[in-house]
Each structure stands twice: as structure tokens, then as C-alpha cells.
Write a protein that binds this ligand. Structure first.
Ligand code: FAD
Ligand code: NAP
Length: 495
């Protein structure tokens, strides 16, 4: 028996000397939930050295820069990352580092990662681009993407750079806004435009610049427009209820006949609830409510032209759609020969984010297209060469993916979490089977010439300085956090 123990002890010691090295690219929910599972579920004889790489100086991805400021409870997920750093930064078994302000693909090449890590998890999200509309006038001034608007009110450093800061729409000069798309992002944007800045937004971590402009807002009407019908609405019931219940804005009734046409008897629970919510709030506006801001939901309309005059957008022309009458094509619509124009001085396109590739995928043979990384259960697939068929697919050994870039730009944080656990479980399985990238022992990327040439790398302790600063300054202003938005300023505070 003692021999077995001694052999086991030796195996453990060897493992401890040669930790399993993992790089996680991106510190949004996809990245930190994968790391959480890996570190907590690895077998006791495995030691993991995990490095988080983040292109921004700050962690948390869309939890910090996407989730609406009035949803602080959603941001509680950030505790997972904070706990990982507290529990494993220098623990006996695992070691975890946050390496911020380092963009993978640019500052550090993918090939360099392959030389240093046994496993690499691509969890870099889908926030660099958005879907486009192929409609006349799309590039006119006054048509903006929801992604950029969200970045602006959430204080994303891309909008607040010194050289070329984002110019927000002139909310203090316009009255009518059209939002195209009716997903939860569209509803966040609508809430931002409709709710009272002092009562609703001031106490949150909204960017101070956004709050100041919203205080001067002259907006009166917001139309949220979808190309399909009520049952195909992309928003969730909780989010639409929140908008209905805003004290500062009034819902204008739906187009007549839309609700009445729905056969409620055949609906599932979620759809029934959706219809009953719409019925509840679909009431005429009373005389005393007439002066308030108004918003409504419009359905079965596809934009066909943005009409500009005097250098600005004045109207959007939509073709009216009708449902395709075919039980095999549920939810499909087709255009009619009828058109409608909506008056607007600002159009916000909220038609989905888009995944982009990282420089070097082709070179090392990673298969990316169609908004996402091709993968099976988070194991990244190799690019198929000309002449090869999809039956010949192989895995790109040691490369994994989690979060939105794994599945495309959809899914709430709870879904991202469960799915990231799946990726992590497959990494652990491959680790047990010896199926990982073999790297030179004792090598550490931060000793490499490339790494040493990087300036202003932000480590966890640096970020904590910024974190504490933001909370302290926020406290003085009666806000949960005062977000520092300019990257240079962030780095100065971190250092
Ligand atoms: P992200 O959160 O985008 O994280 C990716 C990280 O990778 C970022 O930090 C990014 O800076 C970093 N990165 C990118 N490129 C590189 C690179 N080359 N090198 C290093 N790092 C890189 N879900 C909810 O449950 N509730 C909500 O209220 C909610 N609100 C949302 C609001 C908006 C506007 C959006 C767009 C989404 C919202 N979601 C919400 C969905 C939720 O944000 C996602 O499920 C989740 O953030 C996806 O996580 P991720 O890690 O894949 O991507
Ligand atoms: P989304 O839910 O996919 O909604 C996209 C919307 O754009 C849909 O209405 C879609 O209509 C429309 N659209 C797409 N292409 C179009 C086109 N060419 N022309 C006209 N309309 C078009 O995306 P999202 O709103 O960006 O949200 C992304 C994810 O984040 C979702 O999973 C969402 O739930 C999550 N999120 C959650 C919260 C929250 O929980 N509070 C907040 C924000 C975001 P069709 O359906 O007809 O394609």
C-alpha cells in the first residue's frame, strides 16, 4: 500500500512541477465562467496556471459595458471573476493572473499563445461589429447602431478616446426616434431614451457625459419596429413589462387588429403571458397623460428607405409585411405592396451584434465564419481545406471557445454560464486523456521578448485601484460607480 501512496505522491509532485497552462482570451461571462469550472472541478492532483488576457484595462466584458446601468443585480455575476482572483491568485494549487490592456491577435499573436499554453480558450465575445441593413440611405447621418449607443451610455473607452471620440446623437434637438429590431437590446435603448435621467439613471453607473445629455433630451416619441409579428417578438416578457411600467413614458396602443388576430388558445405559456401583458397595457392614453413621452411597438414592417432632407434623416419608409400562410413556415413573413412612413430624426439599428475573427486564425488553421468559431462542444474545429468535405472535420488540438463567439451573439448570461461549463468540462476531459498542446516546461509568456515590449499592462491589483477609485468617486456623487471612460485616464489611475 505504501508503494502505491509513494507512486501517487510522485505523480502529484510531477504534476505540481508541470502545471497545466491555460490562456483564457476575454474576461466577460464566457471567459470567467469557463475558468471558474476549470479551477473548481479539476481533479485534486492537477495544478492549473490560468492567465486571463483582456484587451481593455478592465475585466467583465458586457457585464460592465453592455448590461443596462439600471440592472445592477445582473452585474452580480462579476463576483465569479472577483472570487476566482481572490481564491486562486496565488493559491497552493492553482495560479491565476489577469493580464489586461493586451489585445490577442495584435499585441500577442496566436502562434505565441500556442508556444506557451496547453489549452487556449477563445471567449472574446461579439462586440466589435454589428449587423448591417441593405437599405437605401443606411449610411446617412442620424442612423446609428445600438451597439455604439450602448457603448456610449455605458462609458466604453472606444467611445471616449482622446483622438476620435464618439459623437452622440443630438438628443437635445430631436423629438422622434425609430428603433429597428425589438430584442432586449432595443428595449434597453428605449428605456435609456424614455426614463427620467435624474430619477431613473443618476444613481446608476451610467457615464456622466450620457447622463448630462439625457437631461437635456427633447425626445417625445419612440417607435420600436419589428419586421415580424407579436409572437415573434425578440424581447423577453420581464423586459417588456419593465418598459410598460416606466413612470416617465406612456405606451401608445398597438395598431388595431394585431392582438385580436392571435389565436391564444393554441399558445404556449411564455407566449400566452406575452399576449396578456400586451392586452393589459394596450389602453388609450388619457387626456392628462397626453403631454408625456410616448412609445409604441410596431409590427410587420421592414425598412426599405431612409429619407433624408437638409443633411439629416426625416423619415423611414417601411414595406408592410404579412404572415406567410403555411404551417411549415411558422413566423415567416412576406412583403405586401403597401408602404408606410414614420417620421424620425434618429434611427437606431438594434438588429444584432456580429462576431469578428482574430488576426491569425487562417494562419494557424482555425475555422471562423458566419459570425462565430466553428466548434463542437467548445472544441474549436480546424479550417477545412479546398476539396475536403465536412465529414473530414478535425479538432484544432488545445483550442476551445466559450460565450458569444462560440454560439453567435445571442443568449443571456445564465445561458452563457451553462454553456461555458460545458466547454470547461470538455477541456478537463481532454486534459485527463493527454489530449492537449505540448509546450516547453518552465516557460512563461511574461518572460518573452514580445511581452516585455508591451507597455501599460494592467494586472489585477492595478484594476482594483481603478475599481476602488470609481466606487469612491461614485459615492461622492450619489452613484453606485463613477465610470472612468478614457483609457489613458484609466491607466493613470491603475498605475
Ligand atoms: P463579452 O461579455 O463580450 O466578453 C468578451 C470580452 O473579450 C470583452 O471583455 C472584450 O473586451 C474581450 N476581448 C475582445 N477581443 C479581445 C482580444 N482580441 N483580446 C483580448 N480580449 C478581447 N444578459 C443578461 O443576462 N442580462 C442582461 O441584462 C443583459 N444585458 C445585455 C445588454 C447588452 C447591450 C448586450 C449586448 C448583451 C446583454 N446581455 C445580458 C447578454 C450578455 O451580456 C452575454 O450573454 C455575455 O456578456 C456574453 O459573454 P462573452 O464572455 O461571450 O462576451
Ligand atoms: P436579438 O434578440 O437577436 O434581436 C435582434 C432583433 O433584430 C430582432 O427583432 C430581429 O428580428 C431584428 N433583426 C435582425 N436582422 C434584421 C433585419 N435585417 N431587418 C430588420 N430586423 C432585423 O438581439 P439583441 O437585441 O442584440 O440581443 C442579443 C442577446 O442579448 C439576446 O439573447 C438578448 O436576450 C440578450 N440581452 C438580454 C438582456 C436582458 O436580459 N435584459 C438585455 C440585452 C440583451 P427577427 O426576429 O425578425 O430576426
Amino acid at each position: 500500500m505504501s508503494i502505491i501512496f509513494r507512486v501517487r505522491g510522485l505523480a502529484t509532485a510531477t504534476r505540481l512541477l508541470n502545471p497545466f497552462k491555460v490562456a483564457v482570451i476575454g474576461t466577460g461571462p464566457g471567459g470567467f465562467y469557463t475558468a471558474h469550472h476549470l479551477l473548481n472541478k479539476s481533479s485534486p492532483d492537477k495544478q492549473i496556471h490560468l492567465d486571463f488576457f483582456e484587451k481593455l484595462p478592465t475585466p467583465f466584458g458586457l457585464s460592465r459595458y453592455g448590461v443596462a446601468p439600471d440592472h445592477p443585480e445582473v452585474k452580480n455575476c462579476e463576483e465569479f471573476m472577483t472570487n476566482i482572483m481572490a481564491d486562486f491568485k496565488d493559491s497552493d494549487r492553482h495560479r491565476v493572473r489577469f493580464i489586461g490592456n493586451v489585445e490577442i491577435g495584435k499585441d500577442i499573436k496566436l502562434k505565441e499563445l500556442e508556444e506557451n499554453y496547453n489549452a487556449i480558450v477563445l471567449a472574446y465575445g461579439c462586440t466589435s461589429a454589428d449587423n448591417k441593413l441593405n437599405v437605401r440611405g443606411t449610411d446617412s447621418p442620424g442612423i446609428i447602431s445600438a451597439r455604439q449607443f450602448v457603448n456610449w451610455y455605458n462609458g466604453h473607452p472606444d467611445c471616449y478616446n482622446t483622438e476620435n471620440p464618439y459623437k452622440p446623437p443630438p438628443l437635445d434637438k430631436i423629438e422622434d426616434v425609430t428603433i429597428i429590431g425589438n430584442g432586449n437590446v432595443a428595449l434597453d435603448v428605449a428605456r435609456m431614451l424614455l426614463a427620467d435621467p435624474k430619477q431613473h439613471w443618476h444613481a446608476t453607473d451610467i457615464s456622466v457625459e450620457a447622463e448630462e445629455l439625457l437631461e437635456k433630451s427633447t425626445i417625445k416619441n419612440v417607435n420600436i419596429v419589428a419586421r415580424r409579428g407579436i409572437l415573434e417578438s425578440a424581447f423577453s416578457n420581464k423586459e417588456i413589462r419593465e418598459l410598460f411600467e416606466l413612470k416617465d413614458a406612456k405606451f401608445e396602443p398597438l395598431e388595431e387588429g394585431l392582438l385580436e388576430r392571435i389565436a391564444t388558445k393554441k399558445l404556449g405559456r411564455v407566449d400566452k403571458r406575452r399576449v396578456s401583458l400586451l392586452e393589459k397595457y394596450n389602453k388609450p392614453i388619457s387626456a392628462e397623460e397626453k403631454s408625456r413621452r410616448k412609445w409604441t411597438l410596431r409590427y410587420l414592417l421592414s425598412p426599405v428607405e431612409f429619407i433624408t432632407r437638409d443633411g439629416g434623416i426625416k423619415e423611414t419608409r417601411f414595406v408592410k409585411n404579412e404572415p406567410v400562410d403555411d404551417p411549415l413556415l411558422p413566423g415567416r413573413v412576406k412583403p405586401t405592396d403597401k408602404f408606410v412612413e414614420l417620421k424620425n430624426e434618429l434611427v437606431i439599428l438594434s438588429i444584432g451584434y456580429q462576431g469578428t475573427s482574430i488576426e491569425g486564425f487562417e494562419e494557424i488553421g482555425i475555422w471562423f465564419d458566419d459570425n462565430k468559431l466553428h466548434n463542437r462542444g467548445g472544441r474549436v474545429l480546424s479550417q477545412i481545406s479546398k476539396g475536403e468535405t465536412k465529414e473530414n472535420l478535425t479538432y484544432k488540438k488545445g483550442w476551445y471557445t466559450s460565450g458569444w463567439i462560440k454560439n453567435g451573439p445571442k443568449g443571456v448570461i445564465a445561458v452563457t454560464m451553462m454553456d461555458s461549463f460545458d466547454t470547461a468540462q470538455n477541456i478537463l476531459e481532454d486534459l485527463t486523456n493527454g489530449d492537449y498542446i505540448k509546450v516547453e516546461e518552465g516557460k512563461d509568456i511574461i518572460d518573452s521578448d514580445v511581452f516585455k515590449s508591451l507597455s501599460d499592462v494592467i494586472y489585477w491589483d492595478d484594476w482594483k485601484k481603478l475599481d476602488n477609485y470609481e466606487i469612491k468617486e461614485g459615492d461622492k456623487l450619489g452613484k453606485t460607480r463613477y465610470k472612468v471612460c478614457n483609457k489613458n485616464e484609466m491607466i493613470d489611475i491603475c498605475k
